[in-house]
Design a protein around this ligand. Structure first.
Ligand SMILES: [Zn+2]
Ligand SMILES: [Zn+2]
Length: 135
């Protein structure tokens, strides 16, 4: 039997479990990922479509398919959190790394669409590290 990891949205209504045998872990720097996440890049794990089991809140899920490109987002209609979804081709389950309750047992393998990355992403980890807000 596969190992599983749990995940949820911020408001907690949507919960799921997903098998941990992820195939890829990508950081995507494309403009669409930046806009749809509001973050400098998207961190997504890729796995098989049947790896997920929704535990609660499935009726709250909403899907947005970007016109003209195989690009989608699924989110909780109550709190807006990004959640796992099956690609338009039906071949892959995309799991936003931030939706998991635990860290995956793998490191990101590729920075994809790197041509579109924001310059400050490369130096952001050099910024001063604080436990809460800066003094
Ligand atoms: Zn929610
Ligand atoms: Zn992207």
């Amino acid at each position: 039997m596969n190992e599983h990891v749990t995940g949820r949205c911020l408001c907690g209504e949507v919960t799921f479990t997903v098998a941990t045998d992820f195939q890829q872990f990508y950081l995507c720097h494309c403009q669409q990922c930046r806009q749809i996440t509001g973050a400098p890049y998207a961190a997504n794990l890729l796995t098989k479509p049947d790896s997920i089991t929704w535990l609660s809140g499935e009726s709250l899920l909403r899907r947005y398919d970007y016109p003209g490109r195989s690009f989608s987002k699924v989110f909780c209609s109550q709190c807006g959190s990004g959640l796992p979804f099956i690609t338009q081709s039906g071949k892959t389950l995309i799991v936003p790394a931030g939706s998991l309750n635990e860290q995956p047992k793998m490191q990101p393998s590729n920075n994809i669409f790197w041509e579109e990355h924001l310059d400050w992403v490369e130096t952001s980890h050099e910024a001063k590290k604080c436990q809460h807000y800066p003094e």
